[in-house]
Design a protein around this ligand. Sequence first.
Ligand code: ZN
Length: 146
Amino acid sequence: MNNFVIGWVKTVTDVFSKAKRSKVMSLIRGKENKATELALIGLFKNSHITGWRRNQKLFGKPDFVFKKEGIAVFVDGCFWHGCPIHETVPKTNMLFWVKKINTNKKRDKKVNLYLRRNGWKVVRIWQHEIKKLHSKKLLQKALGLH
Ligand SMILES: [Zn+2]
């Protein structure tokens, strides 16, 4: 049994071995990405926000692109992108995860810089913020739409 550190302080018992944890985490990553993307699509539809595209061939692969407005939207998973509120690092292989998350953060910064230099407005929304964007007004504000 390994311990699992939540927010660096709380620990819970990890029921998985190192290898299994690694596999589980990558599965969670895929599912989380999908779920957050779908959640945002739902909000766009409910709020009648149009003009967004997915899977645009743009540096850093934004989750959504508003071409006309020049806005690139990323929805960042709290774990993978190191959200300051929900950063959770498995104690097993802790260094590995810390390095991985730091690499992700660095890449995010590089992507932001590149896109901004090329005239894009970059919007990053934390996974935990999505549920707060329950009205058209809040969504438009978060996205920088008018
Ligand atoms: Zn978070």
